[in-house]
Design a binder for this molecule. Structure first.
Ligand code: FAD
Ligand code: UDP
Length: 367
């Protein structure tokens, strides 16, 4: 008999939900994380009384009532609605693409006028029946003006490659609608945990043993010996010592500043869609929780090449990487004592609600 039933590598949402549910079923878990804090990429830290999203803006949204009720059972969520604004060469546009945006772009007022304008814009690309990449997909969806002012610059900065080399599914995340509705997400439920995401994860891992500042690979044998099974939420290529090659990721670099003003930009998120501005967005964290502090905390988000010294934020699910991933996935299926889960181990562009859903499904199958 080993000391723990599960060794959980990673104190992010996947690991924490798994640990919570396993504990409920009487299992003993040990969570380790190489970082010096829990919560993975949803980690928030209180600075100047503001809950700062340390790894980029996180807005919780889902249409799955079970998941919404689940997270709300640990911490109360506020009614924040994400309504980012795009700044293109000093001119502001509402996002996602909706009647406000169409009015700002073309002066149209009714949905009928907007649809006619978009039809005219798209007609040039009617020959593209099956969009092969993000550029084609964007042109087919909304035509040239939207693509050039609001998509191309942002996308190419974000992904560090031409939009013709980026998979089309990424842009299909964004809604297109003919109402004056600036809600970025289509989901029924949306909000931010009051007090920050760290509070949510603290509640999830209550009563579970956690060891921080421990890299699994530096102590693998010793750690494996402690538990019957491993739940691994780190990078899948690293688990297999990169034997089929390294997977690509997109990284980010954050430039943070405390500014002595109560309100710097009037919105939580402003995207800079012009390629000449080096950052993609500026986040003013207090607005996620309608903060009224005297000072403000802002973060400029710069996309960054990925290397071993940077965090791997976004998987790049193009054909080349997908092929490599599938080799790792096939190999991982042979490991009966290891459960692979989460954004890095599954190499998927998962949102928080999807990771939680996946973790709950995994525990249900397991226990
Ligand atoms: P992670 O949070 O990455 O956790 C994995 C943990 O494993 C990390 O803490 C890591 O340190 C640890 N680890 C890795 N390797 C080792 C090792 N060898 N040893 C020890 N520990 C290890 N989702 C939304 O729903 N809404 C949003 O608005 C949103 N915005 C986002 C913005 C950005 C910039 C990014 C990058 C993501 C965003 N997401 C958003 C997605 C969200 O962050 C993820 O879905 C979620 O955090 C994934 O949880 P996870 O547990 O899979 O991974
Ligand atoms: N996007 C864009 N312009 C914007 C915002 C987003 O072209 O102003 C594109 C970009 O390619 C981005 C994708 O839409 O990668 C998905 O955007 P989302 O805001 O969902 O990205 P995330 O929050 O996951 O970084």
């Amino acid at each position: 008999m080993k000391e723990y039933d599960y060794l959980i590598v990673g104190a992010g949402l996947f690991g924490s939900v798994f640990a919570h549910e396993a504990k409920k079923k009487g299992k003993k878990c040990l969570i380790i994380d190489k970082r010096n804090h829990i919560a993975g990429n949803v980690y928030t830290e209180t600075i100047e009384g503001i809950n700062v999203h340390k790894y980029g803006a996180h807005i919780f949204h889902t249409s799955n009532k079970e998941i919404w009720d689940y997270v709300n059972s640990f911490v109360e969520f506020n009614r924040f609605t994400n309504s980012p604004i795009a700044n293109y060469k000093g001119k502001l546009y509402n996002l996602p693409f909706n009647m406000n945006t169409f009015h700002q772009l073309w002066g149209v007022i009714t949905p009928e006028e907007a649809m006619a304008k978009i039809e005219e814009q798209r007609s040039e690309y009617a020959h593209i029946t099956e969009p092969k990449n993000l550029e084609e997909q964007a042109l087919v969806l909304g035509g040239k003006d939207i693509y050039e002012k609001l998509i191309k610059g942002y996308t190419e900065k974000q992904w560090g490659r031409p939009a013709t080399e980026i998979p089309s599914f990424i842009i299909r995340r964004l809604p297109f609608r003919f109402t004056y509705d600036n809600n970025y997400f289509k989901d029924i439920y949306q909000g931010i945990p009051i007090g920050g995401y760290t509070k949510l994860v603290e509640k999830l891992v209550e009563g579970v043993e956690i060891r921080l500042n421990i890299n699994y690979f530096e102590n693998k044998e010793e750690l494996d010996a402690l538990a019957e099974k491993v739940v691994y939420t780190g990078k899948i290529d690293e688990f297999f010592n990169f034997e089929f090659g390294e997977l690509d990721y997109r990284s980010l670099h954050f430039e943070n500043e405390i500014i002595d003003t109560p309100n710097y930009q009037g919105n939580a998120v402003i995207n800079y869609t012009d390629k000449d501005v080096p950052y993609t967005r500026i986040i003013e964290h207090k607005h996620f929780e309608f903060g009224t502090q005297e000072k403000t905390y802002v973060t400029k988000e710069y996309p960054h090449e990925f290397s071993k010294d940077n965090e791997s934020y976004y998987p790049i699910n193009d054909d080349k990487n997908q092929e490599i991933f599938e080799k790792y996935q096939a190999k991982s299926a042979q490991y009966n004592n290891v459960i692979f889960g989460g954004r890095l181990a599954e190499y998927k562009y998962y949102d928080m609600h999807q990771v939680i859903e996946k973790a709950l499904e995994t525990v249900a199958k397991e226990l």
